[in-house]
Ligand binder design. Structure first.
Ligand SMILES: Nc1ncnc2c1ncn2[C@@H]1O[C@H](COP(=O)(O)OP(=O)(O)OP(=O)(O)O)[C@@H](O)[C@H]1O
Ligand SMILES: [Mg+2]
Length: 257
């Protein structure tokens, strides 16, 4: 289930432009890791290299290694589509499939060939319960997913992502389009999801990083046009109380970024 990620000296490019440089880190399973840092420092870019979504952008490429429990995600025989099932992703804006029902949205990523309806019903219910949404939608499974509130749509997207039983869940600012109540619902959810999945979340909200994450990675860039780098990564408590680098402290305390 939950797997560990080891990144070794990773660079990511858009064409000739290097967007992130020399990143090495370990993301522990069954924990929440937060990525923080100023806009443009490459958090989203780096996140997408962890499930081979970066390379879908024309001209984009990656150097270095990403290991998932010792399996090299960039080895030549590895199928990127399979990687994206194992390492799922939730985006900033909830993106349910607009023409599909709540039920169909959750089932969308599953292989349906030969699956019995009763088994599919079970997976859909389990995933919606896992995303803490079941009670709110059990009476409207056939209604359009797009008819839910923003916070419900985001939890629907999380249900869709966990339905395929990924090992890792990547979330890129999953609460930035949500109101405070929905944000708290998603934060609570992360606490329970980390028992089964490895979770990585990008956030601009320092309180959120401090509340939900076990470890925090701070990224920065030297200036416009320069690649982003990992400045430090440590236990969240340590990063927020006694970081090793002054820039981290300045960023966390709101002096820049
Ligand atoms: N599709 C793209 N094509 C070319 N350059 C890109 C593309 N996406 C991002 N970049 C560039 O890569 C750098 C890192 O961007 P990225 O989106 O990863 O930063 P970020 O840390 O996620 O920022 P934010 O906090 O604003 O989301 C930026 O200079 C950005 O302009
Ligand atoms: Mg981003």
């Amino acid at each position: 289930m939950a797997k560990r990620i080891d990144v070794d000296n990773l660079d990511a490019y858009y064409g000739k432009t290097k967007a992130v440089s020399g990143i090495s880190m370990t993301v522990e399973p069954r924990s929440v890791t937060a990525f923080i840092g100023p806009s443009g420092c490459g958090k989203s870019t780096f996140l997408r290299t962890l499930n081979r979504m970066h390379e879908v952008i024309p001209g984009a490429r990656v150097d270095g290694r990403v290991l998932l429990d010792d399996e090299d995600l960039y080895a030549p025989q590895v199928d990127p589509v399979a990687v994206r099932r194992t390492v799922g992703m939730v985006f900033q804006r909830p993106n349910p499939f607009p023409t599909m029902s709540v039920y169909e949205n959750v089932a969308a990523g599953l292989k349906l060939n030969g699956v019995r309806k009763a088994d599919l019903d079970d997976v859909v219910e389990k995933s919606l319960r896992g995303a803490n949404l079941w009670e709110e939608v059990k009476g409207r499974l056939k209604k359009p997913g797009a008819g839910l509130s923003g916070g419900q749509q985001q939890r629907l997207c999380i249900a869709r992502a966990i339905a395929v039983e990924p090992a890792v869940l990547l979330m890129d600012e999953p609460c930035s389009a949500l109101d405070p109540i929905s944000t708290l619902a998603i934060e609570d959810l992360m606490g329970s999801l980390k028992e089964r999945f490895t979770i990585v979340i990008v956030t601009h909200n320092m309180q959120q990083a401090a509340r939900v994450s076990d470890r925090t990675a701070f990224f920065n860039l030297e200036g416009p046009g320069r690649p982003g780098t990992l400045i430090e990564m440590d236990a969240t408590e340590k990063i927020f109380s006694n970081p090793g680098v002054k820039d981290t402290e300045d960023y966390i305390s709101g002096r820049f970024g």
